[in-house]
Design a protein around this ligand. Structure first.
Ligand SMILES: Nc1ncnc2c1ncn2[C@@H]1O[C@H](COP(=O)(O)OP(=O)(O)OP(=O)(O)O)[C@@H](O)[C@H]1O
Ligand SMILES: [Mg+2]
Length: 146
């Protein structure tokens, strides 16, 4: 069952990478995550948002949409979406070291997201945009006061 949710959108400006990472992290903190868990979430969000900023839109820019849901079982689901150019071959794009911006980028963004989150799903349509859904189950922690 959904315990809480939010959604927001912002322009694809690099200044918003840190902003969106901070928002998701503040939202996720309601699940009382460990420092490691919160850092994993921040890193994955950074990679996904950076991809929207770098790859999705041309110089004109566009909007990035983020929504997240917290569930009763301590799971967080984060969706990061753009309405940009889309990815031609998703499974190839998700391979470690694959990049279309050779020389500048390592091609490790998706590999990082997959290693820090339990599940990463990518849906993309050429000319329509890309949507990344990431799920992470956080360790249950019980306080002394129950
Ligand atoms: N939102 C997106 N819109 C369009 N193409 C994307 C998007 N996200 C990723 N891609 C494509 O997938 C490729 C792989 O992405 P990935 O994040 O793994 O590597 P990278 O961004 O090229 O390099 P790094 O993340 O290491 O800086 C990108 O080079 C790009 O072609
Ligand atoms: Mg990347």
């Amino acid at each position: 069952m959904v315990k809480n949710s939010f959604c927001m959108n912002f322009l694809s400006r690099s200044a918003n990478e840190g902003f969106s990472r901070a928002v998701v992290s503040a939202f996720a903190s309601q699940l009382d995550p460990t420092l490691e868990e919160i850092n994993d979430i921040k890193t994955a969000v950074s990679e996904a948002v950076t991809n929207c900023i770098v790859h999705a839109y041309g110089d004109d820019g566009g909007k990035i949409y983020i929504s997240a849901e917290l569930y009763e079982d301590n799971t967080i689901k984060i969706k990061i979406r753009d309405k940009g150019k889309g990815i031609e071959n998703v499974s190839q794009a998700m391979e470690p070291l694959f990049t279309t911006v050779g020389g500048e980028r390592a091609g490790l963004g998706f590999a990082v997201m997959m290693s820090f989150m339990d599940s990463v799903k990518v849906r993309s349509t050429i000319g329509k945009g890309t949507s990344i859904t990431m799920i992470k189950k956080l360790r249950h922690r019980f306080s002394v006061n129950g």
